[in-house]
Structures are given as structure tokens and as C-alpha cells.
Design a protein around this ligand. Structure first.
Ligand code: NAD
Length: 469
């Protein structure tokens, strides 16, 4: 099929590239000419596994780049809208980018098209897009609106797209459903997976994936409700982790115990410094706002957001209580991205923590395998960036782990201990086993698990160990 994808950001670029790999002809449209020039010249603007290979495979052949939305609409059967839907100051979703795309599409609908929301949008948005397209001159019979929310996770975006847990398609007509069935047929039929050059199958993938067809409203709600539920899972286990710290329990053991209940499941029970990124924070606020508009006061979501924010404050408190005073302290920081596997720093808890530590007068030596360039755009010039994790640790009063990169989970512990000024690791992502850290001579602090203390560091920097939380 001929598909236009509007917006070549995280979702648009991955969607377009994967559609090309599934055999479709893709036109990737953006209004940012610099981005298009970079894409056209072979750059890959985001750090995402398999994306460079797939772009190299299809660039200029099955995927082309353009700034001409109307020409793309005329040339294609399906137009996927994947532009940003950031939060407004009031917390609801800013749909002005979606609206401007809809307006432009209207003038170019010259034969039957389907217009598909890929962006995460509040319920009723597809109806609004339809209204805008009609108001701007399109014949109501010449197009259908669909909602096809995207569930990819940054860091594993390509694999998530090609091996999804499910594909949700919200439609109002059989004709439109049929077009979307065809678009996803390479996955739902299993054909894609039998190809020798298919992207490798991840461990948990169920193939072929299930195609769930719903109304557009249900599809819109599925996306917001999914993100809200996942964020709730994180905040729930973070709240439990706080209780674990108070009573000396181990949240890892608690996760094991509750996660083995098949109704709960172990995934996403990840205690740490909280969720961030470009989706959960804004989608929760948008869902909260949309619920309010519909007359439902969804206060549970307020609490999910409050716990998430509190988690960062608790971590800061922990750093303070371990190091006593912060002014002038040199801190090694591992991780700036909002999660491992990506260079995205939007709403990254790591960035927010670094900013707070800088305000308190710390000197920060940071390393991130992918996000340092982006971090430089938002952090003050005083932050030192290092070529690796050991360099960040060298001479530091303590090492902070803020992003769960795989690269940080297997450090040579003896080497690390020797490089640090004091053998103190404060781990906001629970990457290490406290017993192992203790055996290697570290004072090790993590989230929701008992601390391990070496006599030296306790005596040197932490006289008031108890009753701090
Ligand atoms: N990033 C994720 O992990 C993720 C996952 C699922 C869903 N989503 C949702 O997908 C949507 C897009 O997110 P993203 O992270 O890809 O955003 P992004 O900010 O990375 O990309 C948006 C792109 O749209 C382009 N754009 C804006 N207005 C345009 C216009 N009028 N014409 C053409 N291009 C235009 C921008 O230049 C940019 O390249 C959001 O609604 C988001 O919530 C994101």
C-alpha cells in the first residue's frame, strides 16, 4: 500500500520505517526541513536499535522524505498522523499540530483515503479531525477516520512495532477496517516473520499478533488507559518500596512475591526514581483532564503523579543523608536518558535530579551511552561529560545510577571502588545486588532494599544513618 506518515519524530520515523520493511511504499512527511535533510542524507536522528539498518535498507526506495503534505495525501491511500501532542499549561493535550495537519489534508483528498491517528490523543479527537477535514472542504464520503494507537517503547521501538503485543484499530466503517487489515497483514498473517531478513524475534513475542478492532473512541481510550495503568503500576511499587525502606523489607522480594501472581504479573514492577519520558507524564495529565471534562474526577491519577514526583524527592533526600552536605561534592552520574536504550531526555528523572543537585552546589561528572548530546542542550555548561562510566566515577564522592542502561549493570566493581574517592554507590534503578556490592566493599543504597554499609564510609560521611526517611 502507499502510506503517508506525517511527523518524522520518534513514532513517525519508526512507524514509517517499519511499514517500509513490511513491504509498503512510504512517504514520510515533516515540516522541519532540517530534519528532512538529515534523514535524506543518511543520518538517523534518534538512538534506536535496528533503525539504522532498516533505514539504510529502504531509504530512497520504499521510504522517501517530503515536506509536501498535500502531494503526499494525493499519492497515498492511508495517511497516518504522528505529530506531537504535548501538554498545555493546563495539563490537557495540545492538539493544534494535529488540527493543522487535518486542515492541510482536507485540500488534497481527491479519492478515497483513510486518515489514521497514530499520535496519542484524547477520546473524541478522531471526530474532531473528521469535522475539521469536512469544514475545510473535503467530501465526507471520500475519507474515513481511524485510530491506531502506538504502543512502542523507546529503546525497543522497532522490535515493539514489528512484534507488538496487539494491534489496536479503531474504525467506524468496514471499508476503513479492511484497509487497515491490509496494512497490517504482513504481521497478522505471520508472513513477515518467515522472512530471512526479518528483524529478530524478541523473547516474549507472541506471533502472529492479535488485531483488535474497536470503535475509534474505544481505541483512543485504550491508549490513555494503558499508559495510565502502567504509570500506576510503577507508582504503586514505588509506594511499596518506601514502606519497605521504613520497615527494613526488600522490595525485590516483595515484587517476586506479588509478581508471581498471574493476575498481577512481574513486568513493570520496577522500583526506582520514577517514570519520565515524553509519554507517561503528559498522557496522565491529558487523561485526567479528559476525564474531568467528561464529568469523572479521576483522582487516582493525581496520586500516581504525586507518588512519581515524590520518588525523586526521596532519592535526593537519600543522597543528602548519605553525603551530609552537598555543596562542593563531586558526584559521578550514570545515566541521563529517561530510560535505557534511548537518547530521549524529555521529562527524564535523571535530568531533573541533576538539575536539583547542581542547584545544591554539586559538581556533576556524567556519562550516558547515548543522551549526552541532548543533555548538553538543557544542562548548564558546568556539567562534565565523560567518555565512560569509570571516568565519571573517578575521584567522585559518590556514584549515582540514574538510568537503567545495560552498560551500567555489569561494571567491574573492584575497578570502580578503586576509582571512587569513597566507595559509595546510590542506585536509583536497583541495578545491583546489595550483597554483591557489600562483598566488594561498597556502601550501597538503592530503592526499597536494605542498605549495605562499609565501616569506613559510614564513619566518614554518615553519622546520622538512621531515621532519615
Ligand atoms: N515517543 C514515544 O515513545 C511514543 C510512543 C507512543 C505514542 N507516542 C505519541 O506519538 C505522538 C508523536 O510523538 P513523538 O515522540 O514521535 O513526537 P516528536 O516530537 O518526536 O515528533 C513529532 C514530529 O512531528 C513533526 N510535525 C509537527 N507538526 C507538523 C506538521 N504540521 N506537519 C508535519 N510534521 C509536523 C515535528 O517536526 C516532529 O518531527 C505523540 O502523540 C506521542 O504521545 C509517542
Amino acid at each position: 500500500m502507499r502510506i503517508a506518515v506525517v511527523g518524522s519524530g520518534y513514532v513517525g520515523l519508526v512507524t514509517g520505517t517499519c511499514f517500509a520493511d513490511m513491504g509498503h511504499e512510504v512517504l514520510l512527511v515533516d515540516n522541519n526541513d532540517q530534519k528532512l535533510a538529515e534523514l535524506g542524507s543518511g543520518d538517523v536522528p534518534i538512538h534506536e536499535r535496528f533503525l539504522p539498518e532498516l533505514l539504510a535498507r529502504h531509504r530512497g526506495k520504499k521510504i522517501k522524505f517530503s515536506n509536501d503534505l498535500q502531494a503526499a495525501v494525493r499519492a497515498c491511500d492511508a495517511i497516518f498522523i504522528a505529530v506531537g501532542t504535548p501538554a498545555t499549561d493546563r495539563g490537557d493535550a495540545d492538539l493544534s499540530y494535529v488540527e493543522s495537519v487535518a486542515r492541510e489534508i482536507a485540500g488534497a483528498v481527491d479519492s478515497y483515503k483513510i486518515v489514521v491517528e497514530k499520535s496519542t490523543v484524547p477520546v473524541y479527537t478522531s471526530q474532531w479531525i473528521r469535522t475539521v477535514i469536512i469544514r475545510n472542504g473535503a467530501n465526507p464520503a471520500s475519507f474515513d477516520l481511524a485510530s491506531n494507537p502506538e504502543f512502542l517503547r523507546e529503546g525497543t521501538a522497532v522490535t515493539d512495532f514489528l512484534y507488538p503485543d496487539r494491534i489496536v484499530v479503531g474504525v467506524e466503517s468496514d471499508r476503513c477496517a479492511q484497509v487497515l487489515r491490509e496494512i497490517y497483514a504482513p504481521l497478522t498473517s505471520g508472513d513477515y516473520y518467515s522472512r530471512a531478513d526479518a528483524i529478530p524475534r524478541p523473547d516474549r513475542a507472541q506471533i502472529p499478533p492479535r488485531l483488535i478492532i474497536t470503535s475509534t473512541r474505544s481505541a483512543e481510550l485504550i491508549k490513555h488507559a494503558s499508559n495510565a495503568f502502567l504509570a500506576m503500576k510503577i507508582s504503586f511499587i514505588n509506594a511499596v518500596a518506601s514502606i519497605c525502606e521504613s520497615v527494613g523489607a526488600n522490595v525485590q522480594q516483595v515484587c517476586d512475591g506479588i509478581g508471581s501472581d498471574s493476575r498481577i504479573g512481574p513486568r513493570f514492577l520496577n522500583p526506582g526514581i520514577g517514570y519520565g519520558g515524553s509519554c507517561f507524564p503528559k498522557d496522565l495529565m491529558a487523561f485526567r483532564a479528559v476525564a474531568k471534562e467528561c464529568g469523572y474526577d479521576f483522582r487516582l491519577l493525581d496520586e500516581v503523579m504525586r507518588i512519581n514526583e515524590d520518588q525523586r524527592h526521596r532519592f535526593l533526600k537519600k543522597v543528602r543523608s548519605v553525603l551530609w552536605t552537598l555543596r562542593g561534592k563531586r558526584l559521578g552520574v550514570l545515566g541521563l536518558a529517561f530510560k535505557g536504550g534511548t537518547d530521549d531526555i524529555r521529562e527524564s528523572p535523571a535530568i531533573l535530579l541533576v538539575q536539583e543537585l547542581l542547584r545544591e552546589g554539586c559538581h556533576i561528572c556524567a556519562h550516558d551511552p547515548a543522551a549526552m548530546d541532548r543533555a548538553k542542550e538543557v544542562l548548564p555548561a558546568s556539567v562534565e561529560y565523560t567518555s565512560g562510566p569509570y571516568e565519571a566515577a573517578t575521584g567522585a564522592d559518590a556514584l549515582l545510577i540514574l538510568t537503567e542502561w545495560e552498560e551500567f549493570a555489569g561494571l567491574e566493581l573492584d575497578r570502580l571502588r578503586n576509582l571512587l574517592k569513597y566507595p559509595i554507590v546510590i542506585d536509583g534503578r536497583n541495578l545491583y545486588d546489595p550483597a554483591v556490592m557489600s562483598a566488594h566493599g561498597f556502601s550501597y543504597y538503592s530503592v526499597g532494599r536494605p542498605e549495605t554499609l562499609t565501616e569506613d564510609s559510614t564513619a566518614a560521611v554518615r553519622p546520622d544513618k538512621r531515621h532519615i526517611f
